[in-house]
Write a protein that binds this ligand. Structure first.
Ligand code: ASP
Length: 435
């Protein structure tokens, strides 16, 4: 049996964290494939290695003296090496890197050295064979993953070495050049490797004991989620819950491999299990998440409901400006298109002009400062009265609902409220369903 384990930046931040990681890995023989992020923050004022590397790249590009940043980067690694008494030739590795630095140094290559060197150090400390992510994680030129190749290479490396450690966050293009994943992408590296070897489980070790039912900055001491389905997690992370990279679930979901989110600093906490068939029915709602700053374009024209193709015409205009649509609530003589404000700020006037041109005789009304809140729960499906309860408690608390949406699978109910009601709305819904 093989369990893939991924440790995030805070789990790799210093020698003390390395010790915890080793203890965790050694506690279960099945933890045979380890993925690591670059050393993260040691405390809230600290800087992540990845951010220092991006900064180093900017210094190089604009030809600003970079010795200070380079020193900070080197010290992060030397501290770990020294405290753990490792023999790895860090000096050689860093000298080699420094000899490659100039104003044209490839950003993806440079930034990937954070996870690369962190993994080399951890490889010696754990006694696991280092396998470079450039030899396991393959991209196509369009940025998609070449999963067939990933699978073949990962199986081969695993069969050959038995226990391997792989740096997260990057892979290689067909020409061999390094390409980074998006920020937080080591989660996806772990997920791809777990799917490649058909792992029994994918453990994602971080600094919180799993996914919480609501953002702790908004709700005081929210409960943790024991079980959540892949789709529920997708809905929550799309709407702002940020424990895992939002694309993490795709590779493992297809193979039905559970993800367990666990806390390196509290290794005995059970954390959150993400899987297809959740049995826990104790809560009607699984979680609440939300985002502020949406704009609604309401397009009005008499008899709009009798005319075929008008919604498509409007959406075409948004597509022309490459704007992704959140929701399209429809009425009789009008319909609205809700989008992220940041996406339309620069093209607002052109967009309205084009909408008027395309839908002759229409008026367009703009409402901004809208917050969207998603109430997510597999246990809500086919239970009458849940949305009624949401609207009831919001009304009782003087919160005006500007928009409502619910998908056909009844997994999520979305309410749109004013930005100024955002925190109150989340607390009201949480208190009603959970407390
Ligand atoms: N180190 C990278 C980042 O900070 C990737 C990761 O941690 O997953 O985004």
């Amino acid at each position: 049996m093989v369990v893939v384990v991924k440790f995030g930046g805070s789990s790799m931040a210093n020698a003390g964290q390395f010790e915890k990681v080793k203890k965790i890995v050694n506690a279960n023989e099945d933890r045979k494939i380890v993925v690591v992020s670059a050393a993260g923050k040691r405390n809230s004022e600290d800087t992540k290695l990845t951010d220092l590397l991006f900064l180093l790249h900017a210094h190089l590009k604009y030809q600003v003296s970079y010795s200070n940043v380079m020193n900070m980067i080197e010290n992060r690694f030397f501290d770990i090496k020294k405290e753990l008494n490792l023999k790895f030739d860090l000096e050689g590795e860093l000298n080699d890197l420094k000899s490659k630095l100039n104003k044209n140094t490839n950003q993806d290559f440079l930034v990937s050295r954070g996870e690369y060197i962190t993994a080399k150090l951890m490889s010696e400390y754990l006694g696991y064979t280092f396998v470079d992510a450039k030899d396991l994680i393959f991209f196509n030129y369009d940025g998609s993953f070449n999963f067939a190749k990933i699978k073949e290479a990962t199986k081969e490396a695993y069969q050959k070495y038995g226990k391997i450690i792989v740096p997260g966050f990057y892979g290689s293009l067909p020409d061999g050049n390094i390409k980074l994943l998006s920020r937080g992408g080591s989660d996806i590296t772990g997920s791809l490797l777990a799917a490649a070897v058909d792992a029994a489980k994918y453990e994602n070790w971080t600094d919180v004991s799993g996914v919480l039912m609501a953002d702790p900055r908004i709700v005081k001491n929210p409960k943790g989620i024991n079980q959540i389905t892949y789709s529920e997690l997708r809905e929550l992370s799309y709407m702002g819950a940020s424990v895992l990279h939002q694309e993490t679930v795709f590779p493992v979901q297809q193979a039905n491999i559970p993800i367990n989110i666990l806390n390196t600093n509290k290794a005995d906490d059970p954390g959150t299990i993400i899987m297809e068939n959740c049995t826990d029915k104790t809560q009607i709602i699984t979680g609440i998440a939300g985002k502020k700053d949406f704009t609604s374009f309401t397009i009005h024209r008499d008899h709009i409901s009798d005319q075929v193709g008008i919604v498509r015409d409007a959406l075409d205009v948004f597509a022309k400006y490459n704007i992704s649509i959140e929701h399209v609530p429809t009425g009789i003589d009008n319909f609205s298109v809700v989008v992220a404000t940041a996406d339309v700020e620069k093209c607002m006037y052109d967009l309205i002009h084009d909408l008027n041109e395309r839908i002759k005789g229409s008026t367009v009304e703009i409402d901004d400062g809208i917050a969207l809140i998603a109430v997510v729960g597999r246990n809500m499906a086919s239970k009458p009265g849940i949305s009624g309860q949401i609207f009831g408690v919001l009304g009782e608390n003087g919160i005006n609902i500007k928009m409502i949406a619910q998908g056909a699978r009844e997994l999520t109910i979305i309410v749109g409220v004013l930005n100024s009601d955002f925190e109150k709305t989340i607390n009201t819904i949480y208190n009603h369903f959970v407390k």
